[in-house]
Design a protein around this ligand. Structure first.
Ligand code: FAD
Ligand code: FES
Ligand code: FES
Length: 1472
């Protein structure tokens, strides 16, 4: 496309040039790239570079993290190479000019991983792997920046890893973060005093220990000092170095070349040639139980002199800490780390000529000035040109607000705008009266500068400390590395964190334009309204002046921020206060600036006026200041952003804290330290008991996830990473923007045309019958037909040549709606009697005879209540994705889908395409997390694409954007229970009656089944003789809610523990005692009449963990603490759980198939019906097969899950993946072992599989077997109350207990989890490492559910929380500071008939996250007691900082309470 005509004065200065940069050390010249592209778009367009992931597109998840290697331009460190982790999804492509971009592929591959990649893999830091490359790159930047080439020292501390915010821009939904931190900490070298070890001998020492634990692998690898032969490569495998580890697309516009001066820039430079040799072609390696021929070769290779090849290449290395030798704990050793072998900065870039350039097309031009004059020239000619600094606002506007800027100007490479004074250059700090920041200096640089100078200045530098503090908790590190002050100021966001400080300190902006020249702007009148300022259109901000108080002036400046999550979150309220006191302690000047209290950053001017002249250290001043603030911030109940009472209370509370801090800082008096210290976490620690007495040759071993190394190197492929297909097109869904409306008109014509869509499909593209789908009831249309019932419901799908075009086309479709009334909440549904047919009831005891009245009569105490628990967004890091490849010859469809449910995908694609199932091969290799969210909802996207693929006869691909995924694919069900519970006066439960409602959304999906599980977990671990539970499924106009880890169980057990707490508080019985009195005993019946069997271990778990963790003495300490502390409270809670295993009442799903094929060379192909979503199923199943067939795990390969191999596979769900598929595999292996028995007799029982298989083949023995298993015993029938004939609902119960201890900041509602201990009964673990990972990950997900994650809707029914910016899942800083996990030991499982006597573990630990909520409740109760609040506490889930703060009932809250006026609605709606 032609380029937009630029003004001649511009083209006289700017040249149209290719973008020149380096990518993983390879020189790139990029002519005419798409001006819409971000760096991520470019990277992912390249062959072999799919490791960098798209997780959100808004800088909130870190999956796209890459490292920009660039030269420091600061005076102090000029020329030093810097490594900046950045979000490629936001970073403008033009920003890479003159720099080296490093992606995860650039630092290693599975043949030759970077030590970081290897350690992450070995220490189980990756489950689904979708977040992993981003985390690796953030850590890589940290590690690289830890080396100082000037002093040749490497210094990395635990504090750097955990407390300095280097990982705050990365999210992981699977691991619970602990193993990632553990891997990162192996690089800590404090013990080496920062010196690099000169370490020939250390390397050898390490190698002697390497692999010794991995005896489940090929025998040849064991007890030698060479490769352990693990799949994906061992740390000892010889590096297979290629000249270029990445290859770029043959796109003619991309030129690659190796700069002549650049030798070795890509490779680990000190690798000798001898280390690059490859295994010989026909090498045969002997392994335990099998021998492979050519097709499966080990990578083992001895170097010519017989020494180890990997480690000996290193001349100097920073060794990982030596492994501990504690008995029973797996010993890990790692390839040593050497800074000498890191990628170097391309030498040619040191001479790079910075010139002004531009590129673009007829609709969008990018200009890259390198001087301020050039920038002013552009702004003079094009005042509306969009300046782009870090792009962390601009790219959000482009991507999510659909703004387009015809001319964008990249300003971050203009030196004049990035200046900063080196504090060391100030000769006399006393004379420094202001600090000047270049407008587009990065926030990271400002943070570091402020830290340094404020320390030197002491009290006089309090404003700099305030800036540092705000920046520490500002966005994530990747954003701080590029974002600027000017970008924040010019955006004028009402919740900006930095603007209140600038306003409070009286900052001054230097600006400049072509016409006016330099001029100044006062911050005090800079903000004129919502995102509007006084900056003239043609001007740019050049510098920010921060005044410092003169020597001798008594001044204190402080800043505060309160958000839902401490790290990387937008503020709810943010504030900065500055006060100057005269010699006699009177207020001579004061400024109180707030964000989050108005449409712009504002000063509380009226309060200010009233305070001047008052004595600071006077309780009257404090009291009146709070009263003035309460008056000044007269918020409405429905104020934009919601949380009116919380905001107002915070505004006062933060000032309250400031007042005390000033007294403390200026030593005006004594203050309560709890009031002035914010909650901070310290460095985390934790343990796994690592004791598995049931370990066998393969089963029971802590084998790392088989894909871990590939996930860490970016080689692991997810659906959207699959190579482009011939003639493939990209789909984009056209979604309803209304919650409930008639479709008056849908006009597709604006979406079709050049640069937009090629075509579309909608309800007319399939028959009316084929248009309906659903897991249980087909009640949901694929394409809306005349009416939409929820925002995010698909109306159609457009397809185009590129994904960006398809998305633009989808936005262009013109839809006319006629709004209809919408039901959003459970309360509204109950009132409108809007239910799906369900009618399931559980009855026990008197209820069976309809005589609950009699039961109630016996109750000495009765408690009633309503409990609500919000839903939960799955937030798998990989959104739903599918690729449909039609085969025109056979009329078949290959359906690659990110799905847990291949069978349902196959069935519905068959339905919409009209071909039988045998012509649809539904496949999935791995998912980037699923958690139930891809059990049914994934079907929709695959089917929409299949309709289009059929229509066009061309492959169709789509990966949903994060907001689309959140709008369309449903969540965990919000649930409300109205309960009544009766007991004796000493707390023995006698009766329970409950109506439980789940918010199903607009279609049924699995909501009925979720309600079933919900009803069957309303007892948790307690025996109740008389029970009547009615389940109701509410039909509303939200997205259709679906399965989510726990499937209604966690919500239900939360309700149980809530009514138990109500009883305990009502009867004043310690809650642990109440639980103990009511625990099930063997032989008792659940509300679904299942007998508690001999494997009932909850009482034992409780007593073991109680003793091991000193629970009772800790409880006493906490009670004492609380009696002595008013503003800081602690809480502890010990919560048990029992979770039923099986697809409860969907009996037919409790079956599985497997296929095991032994090839004549002894290698084995394994398929089963389970899918891999990070939970390690493939690894566990390979272990099962390897154990059964007496082969090592690397003899077995599972490529993917496919309906062409396994027919009618149940979804991988209900924690039953290992149980079902493991047994089916065992069945197949049993058949094969029977057929191989004669050969084992002949060649010996441990004869290699190659020998056995070859001999069997020659004897014409079938070496393929199909295994099958159906779960015995179960078969519950609803409505059958006969205990003789009723069958069990669940096969067994997984059980566990957690104890969590927390600390709460009463003033703000923030908290930290000080410690969590979990003990689980998971039978005999097939792979403890994987199970620990499941437990930790599930717990952290539960912690999110119960304390943090909150979906909110707008009043009109639109989902308000549609990405990581608004929906917060736990981050690195939210995990328990001490986190210990152990397994129940010393018991037998007499009743368990599962594979290898293991138990399902995926879902059960999630509920234990509620221990944090109940610990918080204890803390809140103590605060309420201090404040004389007597009413029973209703603490619904999630216990957000807002809910906790509002429960305290103190005087400040009373001042902050915003009363709801008649007819006034809240800004947001929560739908539980
Ligand atoms: C995930 C995420 C988290 C965030 N977290 C926070 C947070 O915690 N707190 C917070 O306050 N903000 C936060 N933000 C907002 C954003 O990061 C900040 O506002 C940041 O400072 C913007 O800087 P930038 O350089 O990236 O601006 P850009 O996006 O490049 O530009 C923003 C605006 O500033 C203008 N501009 C840039 N430079 C100049 C200049 N020299 N003169 C005049 N105008 C200029 C641009 O034209 C544009 O209008 C977050 C954003 C994201 C995406
Ligand atoms: S994809 Fe870039 S931060 Fe999420
Ligand atoms: S491993 Fe981190 S998101 Fe799955």
């Amino acid at each position: 496309m032609a380029t937009m005509e630029l003004h001649p004065s511009i083209t006289a200065v700017f040249k149209k040039k290719p973008l020149e940069f380096y990518l993983n050390g390879t020189r790139i010249e990029l002519s005419d790239p798409n001006p819409q592209w971000t760096l991520l778009d470019f990277i992912r367009s390249q062959h072999g570079l799919k490791g960098t992931k798209l997780g959100c597109g808004e800088g909130g998840c870190g999956a796209c993290t890459v490292v920009i290697q660039t030269l420091d331009t600061s005076q102090e460190r000029k020329g030093r190479v810097r490594h900046l982790a950045v979000n490629a999804c936001l970073f403008p492509l033009v920003g890479v000019v003159g720099k080296n971009v490093i992606t995860v592929e650039g630092i290693g591959n599975s043949e030759n991983p970077h030590p970081l990649q290897e350690r992450m893999a070995k220490l189980h830091g990756s489950q689904c792997g979708f977040c992993t490359p981003g985390i690796v790159m953030s850590l890589y930047a940290l590690i690289r920046n830890s080396y100082d080439p000037a002093t040749k020292t490497f210094r990395l501390t635990e504090s750097d890893v955990e407390l300095e915010g280097h990982l705050d821009g990365n999210l992981c939904r699977c691991t619970g973060y602990k193993p990632i931190l553990q891997a990162a900490k192996t690089f800590i070298t404090e013990d080496l005093k920062g010196k690099i070890a000169i370490s020939g001998e250390t390397v050898h020492d390490l190698q002697d220990r390497e692999c010794s634990e991995i005896s489940y692998m090929s025998e040849g690898a064991v007890k030698t000092s060479f490769s352990c032969g693990r799949p994906g490569g061992c740390c000892r495998d010889p590096p297979k170095m290629t000249k270029e580890s990445t290859s770029l697309s043959p796109d003619s516009s991309v030129k690659r070349s190796r700069d002549s001066s650049d030798t070795g820039s890509l490779e680990h430079v000190s690798v000798s040639e001898s280390a690059i040799s490859t295994p010989e072609e026909d090498e045969t390696v002997s392994v335990s139980g099998t021998t492979f021929g050519k097709p499966m070769k080990s990578n083992e290779k001895e170097s010519p002199d017989g020494s180890q090849v990997e480690g000996t290449k290193v001349k100097a290395g920073i060794d990982a800490p030596p492994p501990k030798i504690d008995s029973g704990i797996p010993q890990y050793s790692f390839a040593p780390y050497s800074t000498n072998t890191e990628l170097i900065f391309p030498p040619a870039l040191r001479k790079f000529e910075n010139i002004p350039l531009y590129y673009g097309n007829s609709t969008h031009i990018w200009l890259r000035p390198v001087t301020l004059e050039q920038l002013l020239l552009v702004k003079g000619v094009y005042p509306s040109a969009k300046l782009v600094g870090g792009a962390s606002e601009v790219q959000i506007e482009v991507r999510f607000k659909n703004l387009s800027f015809p001319i964008s100007v990249y300003v971050s490479d203009i030196e004049a705008l990035r200046q900063i004074d080196d504090p060391n250059n100030y000769e006399d700090l006393d004379t420094v009266n202001e600090v000047i920041f270049g407008a587009n200096l990065s926030l990271t640089d400002i943070e570091a500068f402020c830290k340094d100078l404020s320390r030197k200045l002491g009290q006089r530098g309090s404003v700099l400390e305030a800036i540092r503090k705000q920046l520490r908790y500002f966005a994530g590190r990747q954003i701080r590395n590029v974002a600027s002050l000017a970008g924040n100021i010019a955006t004028a966001s009402p919740v900006s964190d930095i603007n209140p400080v600038l306003l409070a300190c009286g900052a001054f902006l230097a600006a400049e334009s072509k016409t006016r020249g330099p001029f100044g702007l006062e911050m005090s009148d800079f903000f004129t309204g919502y995102r509007t300022t006084t900056l003239p259109a043609d001007a740019v901000i050049t510098h920010i002046h921060i005044p410092l108080p003169e020597l001798g002036v008594t001044e204190v400046t402080k800043a505060y921020k309160q958000s839902k999550r401490k790290d990387d979150d937008i503020a709810i309220v943010t504030a900065a206060f500055r006060v100057q006191l005269s010699w006699d302690g009177l207020i001579s000047n004061i400024s109180l600036a707030y964000g989050g209290m108005a449409p712009r950053t504002i000063e509380a001017k009226s309060t200010k006026r009233k305070l001047v002249g008052k004595k600071w250290h006077s309780s009257t001043t404090l009291d009146s200041a709070m009263a003035y603030l309460a008056h000044e911030f007269d918020l409405n109940f429905g104020a934009p952003g919601g949380m009116a009472t919380y905001r107002k209370t915070l505004a006062i509370s933060l000032f309250f804290r400031f007042w005390h801090e000033v007294i403390s800082d200026l030593k005006l008096g004594e203050v309560n330290q709890d009031l002035i210290t914010e909650i901070h976490r310290s460095i985390s620690s934790g343990s796994r008991d690592d004791n598995n007495p049931h370990e066998q040759r393969v089963v029971g071993k802590q084998i790392p996830h088989l894909s871990a190394l590939k996930q860490n190197t970016g080689e692991a492929q997810y659906v959207d990473d699959m190579p482009p297909q011939d003639r493939e097109l990209f789909g984009a869904m056209v979604l309803s923007s209304r919650a409930h409306a008639k479709l008056v008109e849908v006009d597709w014509s604006p979406a079709i045309g050049p640069g937009l869509a090629l075509g579309y499909v909608d309800k007319h593209s399939i028959s009316k019958e084929a248009n309906f789908w659903g897991s249980i009831v087909k009640d949901e249309p694929f394409f809306a037909d005349g009416e939409v019932f929820s925002q995010g419901q698909p109306i159609g799908l457009v397809y185009a040549e590129t994904a960006l075009q398809a998305q633009a086309a989808a936005r262009a479709v013109r839809i006319v709606y006629e709004d209809l009334p919408a039901i959003l909440t459970i309360d509204e549904a109950i009132e409108a009697k809007s239910f799906f047919k369900h009618g399931k009831i559980l009855k026990k005891g008197a209820a069976i005879e309809d005589k609950m009245d009699k039961a109630w009569e016996k109750c000495e105490r009765v408690f009633e209540g309503t409990t609500r628990i919000g839903g939960q967004e799955h937030f798998y890091l990989e959104t739903n994705a599918a690729l449909i490849i039609p085969n025109l010859e056979d009329k078949t469809f290959e359906v690659w889908s990110s799905t847990q449910n291949t069978m349902e995908t196959q069935e519905f694609v068959s339905q919409v395409t009209g071909v039988p199932s045998h012509r649809v091969n539904a496949r999935v290799k791995r998912m980037g997390g699923a958690f139930g969210g891809k059990e049914s909802r994934s079907v929709q996207l695959a089917c929409l694409l299949a309709v289009a693929a059929k229509k066009e006869g061309r492959p169709m691909r789509c990966m949903l954007n994060r907001d689309e995924d959140m709008m369309t694919t449903g969540q965990r069900h919000p649930i409300q229970a109205r309960w009544k519970v009766g007991c004796t006066s000493d707390g023995k439960l006698l009766a329970l009656e409950a109506d439980v409602y789940d918010n199903a959304g607009f279609s049924q999906d699995m909501s009925g089944a979720v309600m079933d599980r919900c009803c069957t977990h309303l007892d948790n671990c307690y025996e109740i003789p008389n029970v009547l539970i009615r389940g109701h499924v509410c039909k509303t106009n939200t997205h259709s809610n679906t399965a989510f880890r726990g499937f209604g169980g966690p919500q239900s057990m939360f309700i149980t523990e809530t009514y138990m707490t109500a009883i305990a508080e009502g009867l004043k019985i310690p809650i642990d005692e109440l639980r103990h009195r009511n625990l099930y005993k063997e032989g008792q019946l659940t509300p679904f009449l299942q007998k508690i069997d001999q494997d009932w271990h909850v009482p034992l778990l409780l007593s073991q963990i109680r003793e091991e963790t000193n629970y009772d003495s800790r409880l006493a300490t906490i009670q004492k603490f609380n009696s002595q502390h008013k503003w800081r409270k602690r809480g502890i809670s010990m919560i048990p759980t029992k979770f039923g295993l099986s697809f409860a009442t969907a009996l037919h799903l409790n079956q599985a198939g497997a296929s095991v094929m032994i090839y004549a060379d002894g290698s084995i192909l394994l398929h089963h019906g389970g899918t891999e979503m990070g939970q390690g199923l493939y690894t566990k199943m390979v272990q099962v097969a390897a154990q059964e067939l007496n082969v090592p795990v690397d003899a077995i390969f599972t490529p993917d899950s496919t309906t062409y191999q396994i027919a009618n596979a149940s979804p991988t769900a209900a924690s039953s993946g290992s149980d079902l598929n493991g047994m089916a595999i065992k069945d197949a292996c049993d058949q094969l072992n029977a057929r191989l028995a004669p050969f084992r007799e002949k060649f010996g029982k441990d004869a290699p599989m190659k020998t056995l298989a070859h001999a069997a083949y020659l004897e014409r023995v079938n070496l393929s077997a199909n295994g099958f298993w159906k779960m015995p015993r179960i078969g519950y029938t609803w409505g059958n109350y006969n205990t003789e004939t009723q069958k069990p609902m669940y096969y067994y119960f997984t059980q566990g207990v957690a104890i969590s201890e927390i600390e709460l900041d009463v003033l703000t509602g923030s908290h930290t989890v000080l410690r969590t201990d979990i003990k689980m009964d998971i039978g005999r673990s097939i792979n403890p490492a994987i199970d620990y990972g499941q437990i930790e990950g599930a717990f952290v997900q539960g912690l999110g559910l119960f304390t943090m994650e909150e979906s909110l809707w707008m009043q009109d029914g639109r989902l308000a929380t549609t990405g990581p910016g608004t929906y917060k899942i736990p981050g690195f800083s939210d995990i328990p500071q001490e986190f210990n996990v152990s397994f129940l030991q010393g018991v037998e499982w007499g009743h368990l008939r599962s594979i290898q006597s293991s138990k399902g573990v995926g879902e059960p630990p999630l509920f234990l996250g509620a221990s944090v909520l109940f610990a918080l409740r204890m803390a809140v109760m103590s605060a309420r007691e201090d404040n004389g609040v007597r009413e029973p506490l209703v603490l619904d889930s999630p216990a957000t900082p807002e809910r906790l703060r509002l429960a305290i009932g103190d005087e400040i809250l009373k001042r902050g309470t915003v009363v709801q006026k008649a007819g006034e609605k809240g800004f947001f709606v929560s739908v539980a």
